[in-house]
Design a binder for this molecule. Structure first.
Ligand code: ZN
Length: 432
């Protein structure tokens, strides 16, 4: 039993806010907003806002080991890709490095309120042990107490090999499970080619077969400007047309980025039940533009939020990117409110993962919550502390973070690991 007491605001879901307490037992929310008799472990939330745990719907955790690399900023994708690939090759990317990078990326995420991360893993060097990469990542995340959705991606992989590897990962990490989520909800598996710009129809079809066999969600990236340009060059068609032809416009599919998307395409995505992930912290510096998230939401598309990886967005701080999403929205349409941006980073991301128990704090929800102290000078004068989570204090971190009813960050520190140790181990391996 865990009780979070005395919060000045609890953001239970998009339309419900209360003051008071939250109680969790057996990893789930058992009381939400009412005053409860305190039992078991107590987290004092006086002067604090409590939100659901944030869900980073699009990350490339391994890029955490390759941040701010010379030659990867302010360059076109055609130069970015080989520069990153050369760095992976030089570091000898394997299961051990996957684990070290995931530790750092997920620790950073937990310390900034991210309780679930979707890791779209795209680097599978020839001859590498795919199961070891997936297992290294999953074990590292579990040790820190976070939730992981590991996406067996592909980027110019041989299609049959990618599908065989995806299947081997499911059999090794979720043996006997159909539906793609472990019984304790801490690990989810999904599949996802990098996009039509990099992978052929066969990869999309074969990974979809694995998804059907094991009940996995499908995720890919679409309509970064470069994706549209390459699709037109290669196929004479736009990415959404290709995805439709290849059977990837469906309600189990989540598309990240969606910058250069037309009103007609938005209507088709909505009709197909596709969900989306906005990643402005990557799209803006890469020069891909700003996804029209308000138009997507207005069309009835569930939109989540992701940071993308350290190769383009060097921080895995999802709340900072929720702030960015809110700030840039008026450049491409109607404004996005702070509450809408937070809803994207919680319920919107959960929808894309097909996880109805995540992203809110109603009774029965997974016990994932962040306690944000808003009593300091950075929040002085703030009239609306929920809006202030984004408008005030950029880069804020939660005081406490709870995942599945377990405290994983207490008083701004990791509970299950030593931060400097994680940093030192990664530095030792990559020499930075
Ligand atoms: Zn990405």
């Amino acid at each position: 039993m865990l009780t979070i007491t005395g919060a000045s605001h609890i953001l239970i879901d998009q339309s419900t806010e209360r003051r008071g307490d939250i109680a969790m037992a057996d990893g789930k929310v058992v009381s939400s907003g009412a005053k409860v008799d305190v039992a078991g472990e107590v987290l004092d939330a006086s002067g604090c806002v409590v939100t659901p745990g944030l869900i980073n719907a699009h990350h490339h955790l391994m890029q955490t080991a390759f941040r701010t690399l010379p030659g990867t900023r302010g360059v076109p994708m055609a130069r970015w890709l080989p520069t990153m690939a050369a760095a992976y090759a030089e570091a000898g990317f394997d299961g051990e490095l996957a684990a070290l990078a995931a530790s750092a990326g997920v620790a950073e995420g937990l310390l900034s309120g991210v309780t679930t991360v979707a890791d779209h893993h795209l680097a599978w060097p020839a001859g590498s042990d795919g199961v070891a990469i997936a297992r290294g990542t999953a074990d590292a995340v579990r040790a820190l107490g976070g939730r992981l959705a590991f996406v067996r991606g592909a980027a110019r992989d041989e299609p049959q090999e990618a599908a065989a590897s995806a299947e081997a990962i499911v059999q090794a990490l979720l043996p006997g499970i159909i539906g793609g989520v472990s019984d304790d909800g801490m690990l989810q598996l999904a599949v996802g080619p990098a996009g039509v710009h990099s992978d052929p129809k066969e990869t999309f079809e074969l990974l979809a077969e694995v998804a059907t066999r094991y009940g996995l969600r499908r995720r890919t990236q679409a309509n970064e400007q470069v994706d549209v340009v390459i699709a037109l060059e290669k196929y004479g068609k736009r990415p959404i047309d290709l995805l439709e032809e290849w059977g990837w416009l469906a309600n189990d599919v989540t598309l990240a980025h969606l910058c250069a998307v037309t009103p007609d395409e938005i209507a088709r995505l909505s009709a197909a039940g596709v969900t989306a992930t906005h990643a402005p912290g990557c799209d803006l510096p890469m020069g891909w533009g700003i996804a029209p998230v308000v138009a997507l939401r207005t069309a009835g598309i569930a939109v989540g939020l992701g940071t993308s990886g350290g190769g383009s967005n060097d921080a895995g701080h999802l709340l900072a990117d929720a702030r960015l999403a809110m700030q840039v929205a008026p450049m491409v349409g109607a404004p996005l409110s702070a509450r809408q941006a937070i809803a994207m980073a919680t319920a919107g991301s959960a929808a894309g993962l097909g996880r109805t128990e995540l992203g809110h704090l109603r009774v029965g929800a997974a016990g994932d919550a962040c306690v944000w102290d808003v009593s300091g000078v950075a929040d002085a004068g703030v009239a609306d502390p929920v809006a202030g989570l984004l408008w005030a204090s950029p880069g804020r971190r939660p005081k406490h973070v709870v995942v599945a009813g377990q405290v994983v960050v207490r008083d701004y520190k990791l509970v299950n690991a030593d931060e400097s140790d994680i940093t030192a181990r990664l530095r030792e391996r990559v020499g930075r």
